[in-house]
Design a protein around this ligand. Structure first.
Ligand code: ZN
Length: 250
């Protein structure tokens, strides 16, 4: 499978899990050149095909396809790739359940096995610290750089009143983390509600976080999940292609 085809699957998987809706995007650093990355042209994630994937330099300028409509927030990807040579994939989303944690002082905490990476810390990016006025969109390289500095060496950061950014050493890891960040936020809200004000929620401790993260990276834990999600996304794409061919014949 080509990098472009794999990236299309990532778009579809994120959409299928409600992590992205008509907005949000995912990028992949190219294997042949670490100073380039792939990202779709500006469009809804669920409609992305391999033909819609463009190549960018790390200043987030398209290498070809200079007339294509581009995501305003593409700087998120380029500026994180510049500062994180360990990272090969970046997701930006407006994942609904994480939004409340970006606008309150309640921190996201590691609550269950598949959300253990949250224990590495999920800081919140406050755009007001970096601009006098304006909207919440990361529409300049400077704002992208500020977000990347808030993210630091961590796997994810919340963006106040906006969404989140999630990164991974692989495309699989960035997508899996995005899906489980959304689920973990939802479960944490439910647990906090059940516990009530002053009630106790038991989170993973530091040793559990370290042991779980180590196992999940080394033992290829996510492969079963990833293969399942890719198979479903691929089946959906094939159905769409078949329907398109049928319409053409009619
Ligand atoms: Zn956004």
């Amino acid at each position: 499978m080509s990098e472009r085809e794999e990236l299309v699957l990532a778009y579809r998987i994120l959409a299928a899990h409600g992590v992205v809706d008509a907005y949000g995007h995912v990028s992949l650093r190219t294997a042949k050149n670490p100073n380039r990355y792939l990202l779709a042209r500006a469009m809804a994630p669920e409609l992305v095909t391999a033909d819609d994937i463009l190549e960018f330099d790390l200043d987030s300028n398209p290498v070809k396809d200079l007339k294509a409509a581009l995501y305003l927030e593409r700087y998120i990807h380029g500026e994180i790739f510049k500062r994180r040579p360990d990272i090969n994939a970046v997701v930006h989303n407006h994942s609904p359940s994480v939004i409340p944690f970006g606008v309150t002082t309640a921190p996201l905490r590691p609550l269950f096995n598949t959300g253990a990476f949250i224990g590495e810390g999920v800081p919140t990016f406050e755009i007001r610290d970096f601009q006098e006025s304006g909207d919440l969109i990361i529409k300049t390289p400077a704002l992208g750089a500020a977000l990347a500095s808030t993210l630091g060496a961590r796997p994810a950061a919340l963006m106040r009143g906006h969404g989140a950014v999630v990164v991974g050493e692989s495309l699989m890891l960035a997508v899996v983390r995005s899906v489980y960040l959304e689920l973990s936020a939802r479960l944490q809200m439910q647990a906090m509600l059940i516990a009530g004000p002053g009630g106790n929620v038991v989170y993973l401790n530091e040793r559990e976080v370290a042991a779980t993260n180590a196992r999940q990276v080394s033992a290829g834990t996510w492969k079963r999940t990833w293969d399942l999600w890719c198979a479903k996304a691929q089946a959906q794409i094939e159905m769409e292609q078949k329907a398109k061919r049928r319409r053409r014949r009619m």
